[in-house]
Design a protein around this ligand. Structure first.
Ligand SMILES: Nc1nc2c(c(=O)[nH]1)N[C@H]1C(S)=C(S)[C@@H](COP(=O)(O)O)O[C@H]1N2
Ligand SMILES: [Mo]
Length: 249
């Protein structure tokens, strides 16, 4: 089912020579068509695949020789440049919102927590995929440290990269947040997470399409209402280009 869905999107992308997310933004009708195809397959899948199922994991022999970097390849701000030069020694992941204990965690502390390593396939809505190995801290462990309030419904990820003046942001629900393969990754293919793939921390949420995998994450906000973020649809591209908030694959 995933494959046929990917073929449809890939065919769409090839036929109309879509390039980056930016191009999708510029081609409204194409995006609308992709969105309606998405809607159809997502609905069909929701009927048959349990939300808690694991995404397929691959062997190291199956790693893609080239893993494309997409969207922002850097968070090109003076502050980010400084963090990069300091090897992220002063980067903090803040956890705020509907939590009992707001947190501000250095990357080194996340790296000392139990971690998970997984080899998975990244599927971008534009029609390309790549297999990579990711190591990171399970999001559920971070949420457990913060103590999520019972009224919480969504987790919002705040990123350091800017599109004009607007930082990228994304959100997921609590089932995705507590899924065993949902991690804040700080390693890719056994190496420190490269800048272009979202250093020092990026979300891997393996049951969802690429745009949900927030890179350059510095803030996690626990909320009961996505309406307070951006234009209210739960993510940067959801608000700008009609991408589906539910991007399950
Ligand atoms: N902060 C941030 N996260 C982001 C993006 C972005 O532009 N900024 N692009 C998204 C998209 S569309 C995809 S496909 C993946 C690409 O991840 P990669 O660069 O590691 O391949 O990141 C996602 N996360
Ligand atoms: Mo993407």
């Amino acid at each position: 089912m995933t494959l046929s869905r990917r073929r449809m999107i890939a065919g769409l992308g090839a036929g109309l020579t879509l390039g980056g997310c930016q191009k999708i933004l510029e081609t409204g009708p194409v995006d609308a068509l992709a969105t309606s195809l998405d809607g159809f397959t997502m609905e069909a899948q929701r009927l048959v695949v349990p939300r808690t199922a694991l995404a397929r994991e691959y062997t190291l022999a199956e790693l893609s020789p080239v893993f494309r970097a997409n969207g922002s390849r850097t968070a090109d701000t003076p502050a980010y440049r400084r963090h990069l030069a300091e090897n992220f020694a002063n980067w903090r992941l803040t956890v705020t919102g509907l939590v009992n204990n707001p947190l501000s965690l250095p990357v080194s502390m996340l790296q000392q927590m139990p971690s998970r390593t997984q080899v998975t396939r990244h599927d971008c809505v534009e029609g390309w995929s790549a297999i990579g190995q990711w190591t990171g801290t399970p999001l559920k462990l971070i949420l457990a440290m913060a103590g999520v309030a019972s009224v919480a419904r969504y987790i919002v990820f705040e990123c350091a990269d800017l599109f004009g003046d607007t930082p990228y942001y994304e959100s997921i629900d609590l089932i995705e947040a507590y899924h065993p393969q949902t991690i804040l990754a700080w390693q890719m293919n056994g190496e420190p997470l490269p800048e272009r793939h979202g250093a020092p921390l990026r979300l891997r949420v393996e049951r969802q399409l690429g745009y949900k995998h927030a890179k350059f994450v510095h803030g996690i906000v626990v909320t009961d209402d996505l309406g307070r973020f951006g234009a209210g649809k739960g993510g940067f591209w959801e608000d700008r280009a009609g991408y589906q908030w539910w991007a399950g694959i």
